[in-house]
Design a protein around this ligand. Sequence first.
Ligand code: HEM
Length: 424
Amino acid sequence: MRFDDIDLTDLDRFAGGFPHDVFCLLRREAPVWWHPPTEHTPDGVGFWVLSRHADVLAAVSDATTFSSERAPGAEGGGTIIEDLPYGFAAGVLLNMMDDPRHHRIRKLVTPAVSPRALARMHDELVTRTRTILDAAAETVEETGSCDFLSQVAVELPIQATLELMGVPSEDRHRLVEWTNATLAYEDRDLGEETTATQEAAAAMAAYAADLIEEKRRCPSGDILSAVVHARVEGEGGKPEALSPLELTMFFSLLIAAGSETTRNAIALGVAALIEHPGQLAALREDPSLLVGATEEILRWTSPTLYNRRTVTSDVEIGGQRLAAGDKVTLWWASADFDEEVFGDPFEFDIRRDPNPHVAFGFKSHFCLGANLARMEIRVVLHEIVTRFDGLRLEGPIRRVRTNKHAGVSHMPVSFTRRPVAAEN
Ligand code: HEM
């Protein structure tokens, strides 16, 4: 492969999964690489590609120089390759905001996703998981297989996220549909919108506005109520409510971030266990391996492939000079296979220790849902190995055409129920 052949904005190149061959080459020969614009590159502007663990960590640890928001005075920015308008997405969505405002809003949410707060959700998640798995088992018994993606991997994360946010569970199908539509790139390129994506985003925003109004009138103990009623220091130093746009965007962010990523970790994690029967057997034998298995699944699947930053002042990294205004992409999915950090990175090993993966990012924007995602993966794995035998992939895994997520759209799986399922 030659550098001329690399195009990380050509979404077709991700249709078969993360292009590890490209990133092995980049890590080895050009760890801080200038990606020239191609016919697929939005805005016609090139960007830096950081592929090594150490460089990704160095950049993300300096949030002043590597902004999630924008370069000073720029009209666009954000954390995906295409520029998003400043004041609409960049600078408004929590993950596309810089400190101090980012930190102030983040602080409002942190208590609700602490391990202690989430421990209260654990039993409810187990009950939901059992119901979800029973329904999937019935489909397998009736038809020979189930779509593990839609029947299991999508269901638990969306139900958990809605519970956390105080959203009625029966609305989940519409919300999943809208999120899928806004994140789908089947018939468009980066930076392009279709009627379907616009309609889905508008429907989501209208739904969010109604729910926010309801939480304003009748708050309950959920994250959305907390954010709707919160006051954070505004520009004049006085406490102010979040703007209506910030609230709607916060809602859409949590629905997308909470459901899209975890579903892919669950689906591809179970696929990895099926493809490594020795590891699956070890997990069945020894439930204490669940924690390590969850971390290895996160590393192996790295569901968020990359995030972007924008350079705010000239800086050197990995021996390259980056200029103010440059776009920089941080490839978590490459860092998680860095040979300098992980021995045998292409071995799936649930006993890997240490496992300093960066699937959840690092430092100031570290994933707010990490504890919840970990708990969901652990619960689903535990219930699967306790209740089912003979897990098999019954056909190819269909992927989503995107360079942003390790997205799965279909995964046919079969299994048999164990005669007597242990309850704990
Ligand atoms: C396996 C599942 C997940 C993965 C791989 C993942 C990955 C990530 C990554 C890489 C970031 C950092 C983005 C950046 O630095 O620009 C992030 C941030 C974030 N994630 Fe997750 N995430 C997952 C699950 C969740 C869940 C379940 C939720 C919510 C319920 C969530 C909510 C968020 C939020 C709100 C942020 C922004 C935090 C900030 O900017 O301070 N994520 N996630």
